[in-house]
Write a protein that binds this ligand. Structure first.
Ligand SMILES: [Mn+2]
Length: 314
């Protein structure tokens, strides 16, 4: 709030002095504008503050140009249009660069995991990510519920632009350190030429609970084919089993996928094989993989948020 007040004051000063044709004032105005633009490009301000400031800046420059050009209205309008277009492009880059997808189906599930969803909602707001929580509209009742992730993912990938970064995160995932960014915890591990990041978890398996993807033709096709693995419909790992099967049998799918063993960085557990690092306070998130009772998950969330470090039996 304090920063917003300072910015508003700076804007008022530039607005009222900008028309004086004094070179020093002009220079100061330019510097203030540059600082404001830099601020807008970082994540210090909320999206609303950013839009507000940039629109005023564009308008101010447009008015100034109009004065300089002797009231050429077309030029003024053209500048405004071009400025708004640039602004939208900049904001798009900042705001919708990363999308978090979480599917939550079932009244009990939604109720008992509310703190986990809230952790993602506030996490996304803090970093300017988009959080999309899918619900029963994606429920494919012909299959066990986890398979409904696929229509949910395909719907989101179909709407997002090519190249968008998407983090698919299970409902049983709690963000425990919101200061850490997806860019550092996950995106940094995904090489330029690959489209999907998964990890081998603390139990030694490739796990689909937290997956980072680029929205590409391959990614959309891969998920469509995951959904076609009907012989695995009742496998205890559901769609995770179908994902692994494709990675094991289709070399091109494996070539597009980065598999890391750094599970603690973005898919930490409360249990694992001996010697594997487990979730600790300060870690990015905790995933309650293999816990099938939602009340148990709720109790674990409460314990963790109260500062405890619970462990589960293998
Ligand atoms: Mn899970």
């Amino acid at each position: 709030m304090e920063i917003q007040r300072v910015l508003m004051k700076a804007l008022v000063v530039t607005m009222t002095t900008g028309k004086r044709h004094v070179i020093v004032v002009k220079l100061l105005v330019m510097i203030v504008h540059c600082v404001l633009i830099l601020l807008c490009l970082t994540a210090v301000l909320t999206d609303e503050e950013t839009i507000f400031i940039l629109l005023i800046l564009i308008d101010h420059r447009a008015v100034e140009l109009r004065v300089l050009r002797g009231g050429d209205f077309n030029f003024y309008e053209g500048w405004r249009r071009a400025g708004s277009k640039l602004l939208l492009r900049l904001l798009y880059k900042r705001m919708s660069g990363i999308t978090i997808l979480t599917l939550a189906i079932g009244a009990d599930f939604v109720k008992y995991l509310e703190k986990a969803f809230e952790s993602k909602r506030s996490y996304a707001a803090r970093h300017g990510y988009t959080y999309i929580q899918g619900g029963e509209e994606f429920w494919d009742r012909s299959r066990p519920i986890p398979w409904s992730k696929i229509p949910f993912i395909l719907d989101a990938l179909g709407k997002l632009p090519d190249g968008a970064i998407v983090w698919l995160s299970d409902a049983d995932v709690l963000i425990t350190n919101p200061m850490l960014r997806v860019e550092d915890q996950m995106l940094a591990l995904l090489p330029e030429g690959k489209d999907m990041l998964m990890c081998i978890d603390a139990c030694g398996h490739i796990n689909s609970g937290n997956v980072l993807m680029r929205n590409t033709a391959w990614t959309r096709d891969y998920w469509r084919r995951v959904g076609e693995q009907k012989e695995l419909l009742y496998h205890i790992w559901w769609e995770n089993a179908a994902m692994i099967k494709l990675l094991e049998t289709v070399p091109n799918d494996l070539a597009h996928t980065e598999i890391t063993n750094q599970h603690k960085r973005f898919n930490a557990y409360l249990r694992g094989l001996s010697g594997q690092p487990l979730w600790e306070p300060g870690d990015f998130l905790v995933h309650f993989a293999g816990v099938y009772d939602v009340k148990e998950m709720r109790d674990l969330i409460q314990k963790i948020q109260a500062g405890f470090v619970p462990r589960l039996e293998m």
